[in-house]
Design a protein around this ligand. Structure first.
Ligand SMILES: Nc1ncnc2c1ncn2[C@@H]1O[C@H](COP(=O)(O)OP(=O)(O)OP(=O)(O)O)[C@@H](O)[C@H]1O
Length: 254
C-alpha cells in the first residue's frame, strides 16, 4: 500500500502540489489524473524520492520512505514522463547498465533482458544506439528498465506516450496483469479512455489539489456523468473549448 499524507510541494513559495492525500492499494490500478501543470509529475517525483516534499509524508507498506533508501528504490519501478536515456548506448547496453546499477545478478538479468527485449519487439534493434531509436522504442526501453527488478511499486508517468497501438494494448493488459499479481500501480495519463478501462480507482488533481478520490463507478453515479471524460470535465476543466477554438481560428485568420 502506498500512502500520501498531506503532501505539499512549493516552488519559490508557489504550491505545485497542495495537501495531497490518497492511498494506492496493492492489486489495484490507481489512475492519477489532472490537466497540464496540475502537479502529477511533481507528485510522482516525490514518490520516487527524486524530489523532496516541502511537507507531508509518503509511506510504502506502512514505512515512511526515508530519502529513498536503497531498499525502497529496489522495490520501486518508475517510468518518467521525460526520458533521460544515455543515447550513445544501445538498448541492450543501457538495460545491462540499469541491472548493474540496481545490483542485480548478471546472468539471470541478462536472460530477463533478452526475454523482455523480445516481448517488446526490440530484440532486432538491441545493438542499435538509442539515439537512433524512435520515441516509441525509447518508451519501451524505459518500461523494461522500470520492470527489470520486479518492483512491488510501479509508477507510470504517461507510459503510453509514443507507443503504437499493438504495444499500447500489450501495456494496458500488462498493467492489469501486474496489479492482479499484487503490485501497487500508480498510473498518470491524459488518455481517459484507457484510464477508464484499466483503473479501478482514480485520483483527480486540479491546481495541485485533490478534487476526486474514488472508484470510477462511484464517481459516475455521484456526478450523474456517463464517462470519465464527463467527470473530468466537470471537476477539472474550466475552459469553454468551443470559444477557445473560435478565438484561435479568428486569430490566425486575422
Ligand atoms: N522544478 C520546478 N521549478 C518550478 N516550478 C516547477 C518545477 N517543476 C514543476 N513546476 C511547476 O509545478 C506545476 C506542476 O507541474 P507538473 O509537471 O507536476 O504538472 P503535471 O500535472 O505533471 O503536468 P503535465 O500534464 O503537463 O505533465 C507547474 O505549474 C509547473 O510549472
Amino acid at each position: 500500500m502506498l500512502e500520501l499524507l498531506h503532501l505539499t510541494k512549493r516552488f519559490h513559495g508557489i504550491a505545485a502540489v497542495e495537501d495531497v492525500s490518497f492511498t494506492a492499494r496493492s492489486g489495484e490500478i490507481t489512475g492519477y489524473l489532472g490537466p497540464n501543470g496540475s502537479g502529477k509529475s511533481t507528485t510522482m517525483k516525490m514518490i520516487t524520492g527524486l524530489m523532496e516534499a516541502t511537507s507531508g509524508e509518503i509511506r510504502f507498506q506502512g514505512e515512511r520512505i526515508q530519502h529513498a533508501s536503497i531498499d525502497y528504490r529496489q522495490r520501486m519501478g518508475y517510468v518518467p514522463e521525460e526520458p533521460h536515456l544515455y543515447a550513445h548506448l544501445s538498448g541492450l547496453e543501457y538495460l545491462i547498465m540499469v541491472g548493474q546499477l540496481r545490483g542485480l545478478a548478471a546472468k539471470p538479468t541478462a536472460g530477463r533482458i533478452d526475454g523482455l527485449l523480445r516481448l517488446f519487439s526490440l530484440h532486432p534493434d538491441r545493438h542499435v544506439p538509442i539515439s537512433a531509436y524512435s520515441k516509441g522504442m525509447r518508451q519501451k526501453v524505459l518500461l523494461i528498465a522500470a520492470l527489470l527488478h520486479n518492483p512491488a511499486l510501479i509508477l507510470l508517468d504517461e507510459p503510453f506516450s509514443g507507443l503504437d497501438v499493438a504495444t499500447a494494448l500489450v501495456l494496458r493488459s500488462l498493467i492489469q496483469e501486474l496489479a492482479a499479481r499484487g503490485k501497487v500501480v500508480l498510473f498518470s495519463s491524459h488518455e481517459l479512455e484507457t484510464v477508464e478501462r484499466v483503473c479501478s480507482h482514480v485520483v483527480i488533481l486540479h491546481r495541485g489539489k485533490v478534487v476526486a478520490d474514488d472508484s470510477i463507478e462511484h464517481l459516475r453515479t455521484l456526478m450523474s456523468a456517463p464517462t470519465l471524460e464527463a467527470i473530468f470535465s466537470q471537476l477539472a476543466v474550466e475552459q469553454d473549448t468551443a470559444a477557445i477554438s473560435r478565438q484561435v481560428a479568428d486569430l490566425i485568420e486575422a
